[in-house]
Design a protein around this ligand. Structure first.
Ligand code: ADP
Ligand code: MG
Length: 240
């Protein structure tokens, strides 16, 4: 579903991604981890074309993201993305947040958009909050609304960039629980996270990055029991 092939990217002289290749098969969950500044956010943003690359090829569901002729807004409508900082529209109610892109981007009728939005809101356990505004919700609740909003677009894959790292500890579990459910339902997911409990539970593979390189791309069991690189061993020793 997601194919990243020999991707390199520079900011001026600084190489932020160096010859990165990996993939996410349909229905798989790939967790991306690594030290701060190693290029995780940049890599995941290249998947929906939020960051352009100078070398290499990226495909999502057969569509070439790295082709200039590709209609990126249309592609992005098929790929759900959830960031660290929720990014709900503060001036819109939860229901309006859930329906705006469905109506504007997918051209759905309002009634249909509301019905779908509320189905997913129910799924993340927040149906009762449909008329509230983001500021009236906790961080964990806002992040669950952000996930519901992305799901309402019927994405072919979901990208997560440290979705729990801005949350108070007591709210991390409720967001991870929603993500575990999604993974178990067969969603294709690429997840930047340091939540290794989540990784152990649902990841198929772990990608470990360091200094813009994919140092390891390993089945989960192997990553936790016998990481190949010294860098990954060091990293694991620090966070587990
Ligand atoms: P991570 O998500 O792993 O912490 P990032 O992908 O955010 O890493 O960043 C990788 C590196 O690229 C960092 O050293 C960061 O400072 C640098 N970087 C990110 N965005 C820019 C930019 N717009 N211009 C220059 N350097 C950047
Ligand atoms: Mg990051």
């Amino acid at each position: 579903m997601i194919e990243i092939d020999k991707v390199s990217k520079w900011y001026g002289e600084f190489q932020v991604l160096a010859d990165c290749s990996t993939h996410v098969a349909r229905g798989d969950v790939v967790v991306v981890c690594g030290p701060s500044g190693s290029g995780k956010s940049t890599l995941i943003k290249t998947v929906n074309g939020l960051e352009a690359v100078q070398e290499g090829v990226i495909r999502v569901d057969g569509v070439l993201v790295t082709d200039r002729k590709t209609d990126l807004p249309r592609l992005r409508a098929k790929i759900g993305m959830v960031f660290q900082n929720f990014e709900l529209f503060p001036h819109l109610s939860v229901t309006e947040n859930l329906t705006l892109a469905q109506i504007r981007v997918l051209g759905r009728a309002k009634g249909e958009a509301v019905a779908r939005g509320l189905t997913y809101l129910d799924r993340v356990g927040l149906l009762a909050h449909r008329d509230k505004f983001p500021a009236q919700l906790s961080g964990g609740q806002q992040q669950r609304v952000a996930i519901a909003r992305a799901l309402a677009m019927d994405p072919v894959a979901m990208l997560f960039d440290e979705p729990t790292s801005a949350l108070d500890p007591e709210m991390i579990g409720e967001v991870l629980e929603v993500m575990v459910g999604l993974a178990q339902d067969g969603m294709t997911m690429m997840v930047v996270t340091h939540e290794m409990g989540f990784a152990r539970k649902v990841a198929d593979r772990i990608v470990f990055m360091d200094h813009g390189r994919i140092v390891e791309d390993t089945p989960k069991e192997e990553f936790f029991t016998a990481p190949r690189s010294a860098r990954a061993r060091e990293f694991l020793a620090k966070i587990i």
